[in-house]
Write a new protein. Structure first.
Length: 559
């Protein structure tokens, strides 16, 4: 009943209050108290009195609460707010001098939130059943807590968790906002004190609430652009302006002029790229939202920059910096007449740049991110042939360095690590494996799954493993380079690639270690039979199945 009721209230709050003028990414409430500032955070006042079937929304219209239940005695309105006027000797005591109490169900709603991942902090302190000097101390406050209708704490006892009265305890949870609203409910389930020693002091109690987006403070600088504006700038998406087309939409080149005058700090004359996602693809919709959330939070010289997006009706468009030299795949594998060849210093620069970008994503960024789809077509090259990682539609947050088991595996055949492709085992080492494949492609100039010497080999990596056993690794080097390459650097890159593609994720290096090895600052650790394992035959069979099937293995993706 309460679940249904809360959903109804949530719908009312989202639909019937004033429309959201803009998205917010944080909410801070001093429950039952006045507005206070703690550090750099301002907590809104929450002083509405009374109980029963009470609904209140804050003057900002961005949050509110509903309270149900009566204590059963007249003139008990003041018991819906607990207050302790004594000086509390605790950190941030301003948050704990008051609290809101509910005899049955108390639900706080935050609205107008940007969709994404949030950190929810719930502040508690027992300031009513206070000490051992009176019979009030025999009371026990026990209740349940739900976030987004999910039970996160059962039979929660403030005094027990805080190890005493007048002591604070803060509980931290992760929550996902998908409909711009967040719901936090405190429910007294009939446990603990009710009538004795005194009516009106039981029920759930909350001192303060803090909700912060995981993306807050990361300088999100994406802009929003109108569809008519982009349509005009692309000359109605003229095929003459098309740069290419991927699985979920086409990319167009746009020259900023009077029709598309300014884009953030860009001035007239800047060229940009517009990616138009398919309006009929649910997968494309998911990747669109995911890419905005991921790439807008990242700034690095080796990651492509997202300037903004367009969301109008069924039109979904992303606006990027323009990369003059297309993709790495285009330069390595393209058949166009007059296509320039990448010399060895450029290949070395590209390989190291990709590694630096992944190091930032895995180890240096505030958000730790696994890309999941590192491949030559997703590495773009600017006018100076500097590499930039692109296409974050499949990226995942690597939360607290915990291994994730993914039931919906996504990526590209030939670049996916075996533990991920077979069992959904996802860590940052999945990207390390994919990088190793790209590094081999850079050295050899060959596509991992499209070019190999003969039918005895499944792929480029398979051939490299055989050459490693034979001691003929230099045979991998692209013949197009002739003798114009550094043999020591080439051997180092090959060995790093084989180390990264080890069947065991534990034995793969971190990307920061890869950078050190590529730059010659660390010795490349060699492993005997590095790519043999109990399941290599299974991976081999799976690869053969896709190569011999009807689908094109170079574009086949798991989703």
């Amino acid at each position: 009943m309460f679940k249904s009721f809360s959903r109804q209230n949530n719908s009312i709050l989202s639909s019937c209050l004033y429309p959201c003028s803009k998205e917010q990414y944080s909410v801070h409430i001093n429950c039952g108290g006045k507005q206070v500032t703690v550090g750099s955070l301002k907590y809104d006042a929450d002083e509405a009195s009374g109980g029963g079937a009470k609904f209140f929304h804050h003057e900002t219209r961005n949050w509110g609460f509903s309270s149900t239940g009566e204590f059963g005695i007249k003139n008990f309105d003041h018991y819906f707010i607990a207050e302790n006027i004594s000086l509390l000797k605790m950190t941030n005591s301003e948050l704990y001098r008051t609290a809101r109490i509910s005899p049955l169900s108390l639900t706080y709603y935050a609205r107008c939130l940007g969709n994404g991942n949030y950190t929810v902090k719930l502040h508690f302190a027992e300031i009513v059943m206070r000490d051992n000097r009176s019979y009030y101390s025999v009371g026990r406050r026990i209740f349940d807590v739900y976030i987004q209708e999910k039970l996160v704490m059962k039979d929660f006892n403030i005094e027990k968790e805080a190890q005493g009265v007048d002591k604070e305890v803060v509980k931290v949870f992760k929550a996902v906002v998908s409909d711009r609203a967040l719901e936090i409910r405190f429910y007294w389930a009939g446990k603990g004190t009710s009538n004795a020693p005194r009516r009106g002091i039981y029920g759930s109690l909350i001192s303060a609430i803090s909700v912060e987006s995981d993306l807050k403070g990361l300088d999100l600088q994406t802009g929003f652009f109108g569809f008519k504006q982009i349509k005009a700038a692309t000359n109605n998406f003229d095929a003459a302006n098309k740069l290419g087309e991927g699985g979920f939409g086409a990319v167009y080149k746009v020259f900023c002029n009077s029709i598309f005058p300014k884009l953030g700090k860009l001035l007239d004359g800047t060229t940009i790229a517009v990616k138009q996602l398919s309006s009929t693809s649910q997968q494309g919709n998911r990747e669109f939202v995911n890419e905005i959330g991921m790439i807008s939070a990242l700034r690095h010289p080796n990651l492509v920059r997202l300037y903004g997006c367009c969301i109008e009706g069924n039109q979904l468009l992303l606006v990027y910096e323009y990369m003059e030299n297309n993709s790495l795949a285009h330069s390595l594998f393209g058949q166009e007449e007059g296509l320039f060849n990448l010399d060895w210093p450029t290949r070395q620069k590209i390989c190291t740049g990709i590694a630096r970008g992944l190091t930032f994503m895995h180890e240096e960024s505030t958000l730790k991110i696994v890309h999941r789809d590192i491949k030559a077509t997703n590495i773009l090259l600017d006018g100076d042939l500097n590499p930039k990682i692109s296409d974050f539609g499949l990226a995942k947050l690597d939360e607290e360095d915990k291994t994730r088991i993914i039931t919906r595996v996504a990526g590209t055949i030939g670049y996916m690590a075996p533990e991920y492709a077979l069992w959904g085992h996802l860590t940052e080492k999945v990207d390390v494996y994919s990088f190793g494949v790209v590094a081999l492609e850079l050295v050899s100039g060959k596509n991992n799954i499209k070019n190999w010497p003969n039918e005895s080999y499944v792929c480029l990596l398979d051939w490299a493993c055989v050459l490693q056993q034979r001691g003929d690794l230099m045979e991998l080097v692209d013949p197009m380079l002739g003798s114009e390459f550094n043999e020591e650097e080439a051997m180092r890159m090959i060995k790093v690639a084989l180390l990264c593609t080890n069947r065991s994720p534990t034995l793969r290096p971190t990307m920061s270690a890869v950078v050190s090895m590529l730059e010659g600052r660390a010795i490349v650790r060699e492993l005997l039979n590095a790519n043999s394992s109990i399941y290599s035959d299974e991976v081999r069979f799976k690869s053969l199945r896709y190569v011999s099937g009807d689908s094109d293995p170079t574009s086949e993706e798991f989703v």
